[in-house]
Design a binder for this molecule. Sequence first.
Ligand code: NAI
Ligand code: ISE
Length: 338
Amino acid sequence: MTVRVGVIGAGWIGTEHIRRLTHTVTGARVTAVTDLDADRAARAAGPVGARVLPDGAAVVAAGDVDAVLVTSWGPTHAGHVLAAVAAGKPVFCEKPLATTAEDCLRIVEAEQARGRRLVQVGFMRRYDAGYRQLKEVIDAGRIGTPLIVHCAHRNPGVPDTYTSDMAALDTAVHEVDVLRWLLDDEIVSAQVVLPRATRHRAAHLKDPQIMLFETAKGVRIDLEVFVNCRYGYDIQCEAVGEEGLARLPDPAAVAVRGAGQHTTPVPTDWVARFQDAFDTEFREWIAGIAAGEAPTGPSAWDGYAATAITTATVEALNSGAVVTTDLKPRPAFYGGAA
Ligand SMILES: NC(=O)C1=CN([C@@H]2O[C@H](COP(=O)(O)OP(=O)(O)OC[C@H]3O[C@@H](n4cnc5c(N)ncnc54)[C@H](O)[C@@H]3O)[C@@H](O)[C@H]2O)C=CC1
Ligand SMILES: O=C1[C@@H](O)[C@H](O)[C@@H](O)[C@H](O)[C@H]1O
């Protein structure tokens, strides 16, 4: 079976995913595209033979759309996801699931009312080979009980439109999701401390930021978010346990010895760093739909937790206090307590 996908939002990542679904993933075809900018939709749809539709509602309703991909701006996600759930169609939503915890819970309730999982959230790190190896090591007990996790999320630069709250909402949200999954644990509080600011930031931006999280089981996580680090796109994660330590591998790259140096390249952006993870994420999503199975990736509940935790982190940034995340209890539908 070929899964026919309708895409809402043909910007940067939407175009990347259309290319991926067309040329990399087998068993999928993009049949419909919409964007607020009709020219952009046409540029994305034309080369893959898809129709341009007027809006998200038309994509969800289209007879030749089996599954919906939401890659529009964050504040519009909830409306499109709720429409897809109401239509009973599988929907993949790029992060965030919604920009408020309340809207995420509306999706969670709508999905439960439908009685089966339809929603997957685009937290692609769960599909990264390195993170999967790290999880295998932790789950096998090879470092003993995890106690501390040290992380860094560095971007070489960001546009001036990037604001201080986006360090949590847009950037750290990936660690929030992947650490909950890695540790099989829940984040219960957040704090943000600010080191000396880089002179390479926009004047309004607090950069870098150090986020401190505590989990229900008492693990402490420190996460450096540094979005003007200049030198590359660098993702680090090191878990310290009672019996050992496990570190996320850097992506494989040729080491060069020359001119008196030994060097390996650092990726320059998230597209290059997580290309393979995005491919695996979509291969598994499409294969699951083709097999008539419920999605196994990050759920609407994970989307809710990520938004609630990053919202608490912004509150911590603005107040300087330790802020509890106050998550609702996880419903049995999503596997019960973490
Ligand atoms: N998983 C990841 O690592 C990444 C995820 N993202 C997420 O993907 C989403 C899109 O990001 P970008 O592609 O960078 O943004 P973008 O601004 O390049 O593209 C968004 C597109 O959606 C369109 N759009 C907005 N609202 C719409 C609506 N209601 N209906 C139809 N079209 C609409 C805009 O006209 C624009 O073309 C964001 O939620 C972002 O957080 C972005 C980058 C990386
Ligand atoms: O999702 C992403 C962007 O939206 C965000 O702005 C970047 O900081 C992240 O590294 C990237 O993975």
